[in-house]
Design a protein around this ligand. Structure first.
Ligand code: NAP
Ligand code: ZN
Ligand code: ZN
Length: 353
């Protein structure tokens, strides 16, 4: 076993604190990764604060992991020591069901695969995430990071990137399509970059115009404030695709009204509260309301390669581990530009081999 430094949530109400955790030695098919950066996804906060219920503690969050391979098992053939790699929301799955075989491991019939933290792995151990100095992962769940993107900017692609790229591809974002992104935070700003790079006309729907300059600089063609009721009148019936990245409850009918005939609103935001829909918002223009969960391993690699080709990384604010709790508060206040990324070299304490 290897002892790694980490930051842990011990209850839904206490601040996260420094700790150490055990990582397994690299087995034959494992890769031991020196984590350098880990993004703070809003889902980490939902987990740490038990927004969705059923959370077990202690839990080390973090599923936007970027680092360098430190050691490989004897049968590993995809990676060598020194490779720049990433790990996202999954570290394993059954590999036998139809979805796993199709590379859609997030929909694995055995519970949607093994989550990077707060889940139980095949060794019977509770998984612990990327707010840590090391992680040991089966090579099939490790991604290659593009050389053209810095590790800190690449880390958020492992969740925010794939979560937005996947529905953009599935619903045909591209030239001639009008795409709107609700919420200009961690997921939202990456969605704008990808939708723009795919050739779509992109609109941001944010609570205010406070981040408009950044939105237009990062690839949006238009930027509107949802606090202005005229936004909903002006844009009624406009979009082929709307991606909702908002972490809180929204008036969905108002946003469904922005879709053109046959348009789709895809919800990736994950508030705990149910969202109400008046079915006439869907019926009248043959609209679709859909959901999407991260993405499978092959599509995640495709997304990373696309990001490398187009120079897409997240806009990040790199923080020391001691600022994690403050960062959580700022994310909850929509005060993030646009992803906090933990520099894991600042985790306090010492590692032991
Ligand atoms: P984030 O950085 O906090 O961004 C969410 C944005 O939503 C905020 O920046 C804000 O944008 C807007 N917003 C927040 N509260 C709002 C409110 N009350 N009303 C209207 N708009 C509000 O969070 P994130 O990391 O992007 O994650 C967003 C959501 O996606 C979370 O619920 C997370 O759990 C979920 N998620 C889902 C998946 C999946 O697989 N489906 C994967 C990752 C994350 P403006 O300031 O621009 O208005
Ligand atoms: Zn996430
Ligand atoms: Zn499966």
């Amino acid at each position: 076993m290897l002892t790694a430094k980490a930051y842990v949530a011990t209850s839904s109400t206490e601040p996260l604190t420094p700790t150490t955790i055990e990582r397994r030695e690299a087995g034959p098919r494992d890769v031991l990764i020196d984590i350098q950066y880990c993004g703070i996804c809003h889902s980490d906060i939902h987990h740490a604060r038990d927004d969705w219920g059923g959370q077990t503690y202690p839990v080390v969050p973090g599923h936007e992991i970027a680092g360098v391979v430190a050691q490989v098992g004897s049968e590993v053939d995809k990676f060598t020591v020194g490779d720049r790699v990433g790990v996202g929301c999954l570290v394993d799955s059954c590999r036998e069901c139809a979805y796993c075989k199709a590379g859609r491991e997030q929909y694995c019939v055995q519970g949607g695969g093994t989550l990077t933290f707060g889940d139980t792995d095949k060794y019977g151990q509770v998984t612990q995430g990327g707010y840590s100095t090391h992680i040991t992962v089966d090579e099939d769940f490790v991604l290659k990071l593009p050389d053209t993107i810095d590790l800190a900017n690449a880390a958020p692609l492992l969740c925010a990137g794939i979560t937005t790229y996947s529905p953009l591809k599935r619903f045909g974002a591209g030239p001639g399509k009008k795409v709107a992104v609700i919420g200009f935070g961690g997921l939202g700003h990456v969605a704008v970059k990808f939708a723009h790079a795919l050739g779509a006309e992109v609109t941001v729907l944010s609570q205010s115009l406070g981040k408009q300059d950044d939105g237009l600089r990062l690839g949006a063609d238009q930027y509107h404030a949802t606090s202005d009721p005229q936004t909903f009148e002006k844009l009624a019936g406009t979009f082929d695709l709307v991606i909702n990245t908002v972490s809180a409850k929204l008036d969905l009918d108002a946003y469904l009204g922005l879709l053109a005939v046959d348009g789709a609103l895809v919800n990736v935001g994950a508030p705990a509260e149910p969202l109400a829909v008046n079915v006439f918002s869907l019926l009248t223009k043959g609209r679709t309301f859909a959901g999407s969960l991260i993405g499978g391993l092959p599509e995640t690699q495709e997304m990373l390669d696309f990001a490398g080709t187009h120079g897409i990384g997240a806009e990040v604010e790199i923080i020391d581990a001691g600022k994690i709790n403050e960062a959580y508060d700022r994310v909850l206040a929509s005060d993030v530009r646009y992803r906090f990324v933990i520099d894991t070299s600042t985790l306090p304490g010492t590692d032991e081999a």
